[in-house]
Ligand binder design. Structure first.
Ligand code: APR
Length: 170
């Protein structure tokens, strides 16, 4: 399974599934959540309304509608509250549960934003290491997913994920 980073807008990526850094209501918001809903169109929210929300660290899948991606996998990452409330485990759960759903739907390529490092204020370096570690650990059990793209919206974020990948490979 290949893992690579890129700098850009996840709503533009032509892949099987993009991941949405959602909130537990799954009814949209700002940041990447807002961008995905704007790009997908109103039918995404219509489908999300049928899902009855999603717990932190869990994941639910919908169609992609007007997005180039076939699916959107929604996961509420943890809100950073200092690190003593299971935030690291919950962030790992978000990555793992998204990959499990992608596998279950036969996805080959999956794109992730930097979950929880915006509004939810999870420290970026720690989040990048958890993301890379969780995705690499999943690789050995992956059968359909063979490429994961870590999409950064700014150069600083991309640099963190590049360093986390380099560290993991060394
Ligand atoms: N493409 C890729 N990444 C993006 C995009 C985009 N179009 N827009 C924003 N991002 C990046 C942010 O720059 C940040 O690095 O996604 C990362 C996650 O930031 P947030 O979107 O704020 O997500 P998060 O920190 O997980 O907070 C989730 O914010 O938008 C609300 O409804 C959402 O309540 C939820 C909370």
């Amino acid at each position: 399974m290949k893992i690579r980073t890129m700098l850009g807008d996840i709503t533009k990526i032509q892949c099987d599934a993009i991941v949405n850094a959602a909130n537990t209501s799954l009814l949209g918001g700002g940041g990447v959540d807002g961008a995905i809903h704007r790009a997908a169109g109103p039918k995404l929210l219509e489908e999300c309304r049928t899902l009855n929300g999603c717990q932190t660290g869990q994941a639910k899948i919908t169609k992609g509608y007007r997005l180039p991606a076939a699916y959107v996998i929604h996961t509420p990452g943890p809100i950073w509250r200092g690190g003593e409330n299971g935030e690291e485990e919950l962030l790992a759960d978000s990555y793992q549960n998204c990959l499990k759903l992608a596998e279950a739907h036969g996805c080959r390529t999956v794109a992730f934003p930097s979950i929880s490092t915006g509004v939810y204020r999870f420290p970026l370096e720690r989040a990048a290491r958890i993301a890379v570690g969780t995705i690499r650990a999943f690789a050995s059990r992956a059968s359909s997913v063979d490429e994961v793209i870590l999409v950064a919206f700014d150069p600083q974020t991309k640099g963190c994920y590049d360093r986390a990948l380099e560290e993991a490979r060394s």
